[in-house]
Design a protein around this ligand. Structure first.
Ligand code: FES
Length: 107
């Protein structure tokens, strides 16, 4: 993940554009900056994280593909619950997110 800028890879703030309250959550043990109203996927992409899970048979990396809850390529474990779609789950303060390996193991 990239932590070179507090806003990571988000688009630059412009006049009239506001973000929600700043918060943080944890991804695979690393704190990640997010803003209220962002999905887990959006916050992770902004932090430079591309791989969210691996496939069950070949362990191929997968990440955000459709970004709208249809393809299930963004499955992660959230607060111990497996197979949550990162693209349709909003971040909350302190949530624990983990890469999902295959059908359900985490690192
Ligand atoms: S990216 Fe397709 S369901 Fe999340």
């Amino acid at each position: 993940m990239s932590a070179s800028s507090p806003d990571g890879l988000r688009v630059a703030r412009a006049a009239g554009v506001a973000r929600g309250k700043r918060l943080s959550f944890v991804f695979d043990g690393v704190p990640v900056l997010a803003y209220e109203g962002e999905s887990v996927a959006a916050a992770l992409l902004a932090a430079g994280q591309r791989v969210l899970r691996t496939t069950p048979v070949t362990n191929a990396p997968r990440g955000v593909f459709c970004g709208m809850g249809v393809c299930y390529d963004c499955l992660v474990a959230i607060d111990g619950e497996l197979s949550r779609r990162a693209c349709v789950t909003l971040v909350t303060e302190g949530m624990q997110v983990q890469t999902q390996l295959g059908f359900g193991a985490t690192p």
